[in-house]
Design a protein around this ligand. Sequence first.
Ligand SMILES: [Cu+2]
Length: 143
Amino acid sequence: MRTKSMLTALAVVVLGITLAACNNGSGSASNSGAELKQIAQQRVGDYVVTLLSESGQLKQGKNKYALEFRKAADNQLVDVGEVKLSSRMPMPGMSDMIGGASATPSGTPGRYMVESDFEMRGKWNFGATFGNNQRVMFPINVQ
Ligand SMILES: [Cu+2]
């Protein structure tokens, strides 16, 4: 009993190290020199959804960045089909400001290239609908 649980613990550690090594390998090989920094991350059901860019920030005007979907259980990228984006800035006393935003598959399953336009600095609600009509909302601060 005791030996068995120790072996299980050891297996988990070995698996963890292997996964970490794998991630490092694919990370440095897949993007051509540019290290992407995390802008924001949300957990939704079984998924972890992350916004990434070279600067790790979003700025006023047009931005290009990446949106990644991973399974929370194993942290592996997972294809979620069509991704629809919404980008809105709540404006006091008037209707929301709408920012154009689109997501295109990058060629790597689970990773999408985003182009979006933030007209103003400040707090935006950046949302994505994916997979089986699941939704994620990022409150983001545009610099
Ligand atoms: Cu505004």
